[in-house]
Write a protein that binds this ligand. Sequence first.
Ligand SMILES: [Zn+2]
Length: 511
Amino acid sequence: MRLKLVIIFMSFLFVQEVAASSAAIIWKKKGKKEEKVEVKKETPYEKFFKGKKCETVKGLIILHKMDNKIYFELPLSLLGKDMLIGSTVTEITNNGFANVGEKPHEPMHVMFTRTDSTINLRQVTCAYMSKDRNLQERIKTSMMPAIIENLAIKAYSPDSTAVVIDMTNFLLSDNEQLNPFSAYAPVTWSGAWIEKEFKRNNSQIAKIKAFDDNVSVQSSLTYSVSLRDKRSYYWYKEPFTAVMTRTFLLLPEEPMRPRLADPRINIFWQGYSEFSNEGNGMKPLYYANRWRLEPKDEAAYRRGELVEPKKPIVFYIDNAFPEMWKPYMKYAVEVWQKAFENIGFKNAIIAKDFPTNDPEFDPDNLKYSCIRYSPSSVANAMGPSWTDPRTGEIINASVYVYHNVIKLVQDWRFLHTAAVDSDVRKVVLDDEIIGDCIRYVVSHEVGHCLALMHNMSASAAIPVDSLRSPSFTQKYGTTYSIMDYARNNYVAQPGDKEKGVRLTPPGTWVV
Ligand SMILES: [Zn+2]
């Protein structure tokens, strides 16, 4: 019995062996002679894609879109590598929920690992750290990245360096960290809340793109949404679809050297807890969020010369903005070059139009920082940024300008200064005055994108009578910092403008 089992087992191994090889040799009779003919056997990889209409794009990961499913051909070299998944709104039924271009959630810090024939997608946390190797080892096992999706290996690539996994369930689902519903959706500002039901049958995979350091998959997600408060429904089970672009971005292999945040300076930061073996308890640790600016010419930089960075900060300006706004927006971005010149960099921050002839450009890709236009009744703008969770390196920052901010800034300018400035006693202000208001709003939001928080003490430090001084206001405007909630000069009195008192926030529009 045992012998029989062994024979069966051996023959099973043999069958497996043959199945694994991609070619078999058979002998065919040709006339009197027998001839060796090589018959190619299909590999599981070939079988997997055989006879199906498949769209394939190649980059960091090879993506295959097939039968409304999305397969990743994941290189094994990516296992254990830190990645970010960013989810950006590309199209939406109602922008009261989120803007086109908005990322409703923080990107997810993830990595792929393998356990036997399964690929695990894991969510990484790096809130705890230690310089001591032993402690770091125990932190690693105590903060193991949790599995958020298990993906069976469908096939190996022909050269066995990559595995094919089905990512459809992950990307066509109502994942709370990737869906279109932000906690700050304008429709909820009055205290109402959203109820939603995901409709998988009405959802689908849309465009796919692949580049050297990232890939993106668009998921068209359909819901039935209701908006309600305690008493009544404003909308009841309305159909709602959002196309979300999900970018899988490889984080830098060489993490940026972090800088400790200085509590005296209002900079956005990442918080960690540090364990040491030097007799201290657990200590809080804060890394400043900042862009990775490295000098192109290190020697010249060290000599104190102004040098260009290897990779400047680039903001792409939405081509949907009214033409009149655009030059003011460009100026609002590049005026920050002066700040970088003080730390030795020239042309460190640049504004560009959305490229029209670059097939790689995609404003919804996590790689590109943009200033986005939102046709919305909201009278505001914002400038969030997304960082490498390990170091605070800013990976992406974007400004959203809602259309009605133009109403807000004109109302302010009129209410604050019409008593002393006859030029603004109009329903619609002149282009140059509106442009200067836009310039101020965008410069402030770009400041947030550079990791600067608000500086409300700036205006509090100014004696009120200085706001009637021509020399003071010409130098500082209405506050020392553009990161203040700077307003126009409503302290000025009739006749002050003629004496040279400036009425607007810091910075000027210079042609
Ligand atoms: Zn602000």
